[in-house]
Ligand binder design. Structure first.
Ligand SMILES: O=C(O)CCC(=O)C(=O)O
Ligand SMILES: [Fe+2]
Length: 259
């Protein structure tokens, strides 16, 4: 049994994916997201579900309010300015150091074939470890009434594998290119937060998919989980450069501890 569904995705021999890689690359650039369905071998997905359920009670739950840029608000600006919009996120996180050495999540994280594959789609030469023993892998757990607010990611890209969907709600929604490196687009963002937008898309994220997401310029959220089935997602903390560490401040918020 292989970790990845190599029949559909021969990640160990990228030459076999030649045409497919170009398509995926273009999709990533155009849409800001790529979903590769049935990426994980079915037995590995099952192990991942069991791993998540076994550790469910150890997830650290926290509620954090703030704006979509994940930075301080500005009292000198009007109340409806994008920096002063406030929403609350509540969810649970199982940190990397809570996942056993032999866990499937760690096996996935360490796979060089996966890293080379991801790097070739997002167009970077190499993928590095995120140097944080809490953040290098996470399993995010969302239970009934949990919500992940509209935000832009601080990292260049996010790689995730949905493990279990909620029975209702818990949907990933996004608008691509709502900001850029040069333009925070405060007016555009404020409009979406106040009035919604027909440009908001909902993403289908079946368990076992590989999702590559450009969350830096793509505003996204996870709608409120309804019903009693928890939502689990594996987040792989890959970095595009060496020595990326994160801060104690962010660790305290996300894991309730700094080490
Ligand atoms: O749970 C998800 O699917 C997305 C998580 C996310 O956006 C984040 O952790 O920044
Ligand atoms: Fe995000």
């Amino acid at each position: 049994m292989e970790i990845f569904n190599s029949q559909q995705y021969p990640v160990h021999d990228l030459t076999k994916m030649y045409g497919q890689l170009d398509t995926l690359k273009k999709q990533y650039d155009d849409d800001g997201v790529v979903v590769l369905k049935d990426f994980l071998g079915s037995e590995y997905l099952e192990s991942l579900i069991n791993e998540s359920r076994a550790l469910a009670n150890q997830a650290y739950f926290n509620t954090v309010s703030g704006n979509p840029y994940l930075c301080e608000s500005d009292p000198n600006l009007p109340g409806d300015h994008a920096l002063n919009h406030k929403e609350s996120t509540t969810l649970g996180v199982i940190a990397g150091d809570q996942l056993p050495e032999s866990s499937v999540s760690r096996q996935i994280y360490r796979s060089q074939a996966l890293r080379d594959f991801v790097a070739s789609i997002i167009g970077i030469p190499k993928i590095f470890d995120y140097q944080c023993k809490l953040g290098f892998i996470n399993i995010a757990r969302m239970v009934k009434d949990n919500y992940l607010r509209w935000h832009f990611d601080l990292s260049d890209f996010v790689v995730s594998i949905p493990i279990q969907s909620a029975s209702k709600g818990g949907v990933y929604q996004y608008i691509h290119n709502l900001k850029s490196d040069n333009d925070p687009n405060y007016d555009g963002v404020s409009k979406v937060l106040t009035h919604g937008s027909p440009q908001i898309k909902s993403l289908q994220t079946p368990p076992g998919s590989l999702i590559l997401f450009q969350g830096k310029h793509t505003m996204h959220r996870v709608t409120k989980v309804e019903g009693d089935v928890d939502r689990y997602v594996l987040l792989l903390g890959f970095a595009s450069k060496d020595h990326v560490k994160g801060s104690d401040y962010l660790r305290q918020i996300r894991y309730g501890r700094t080490k």
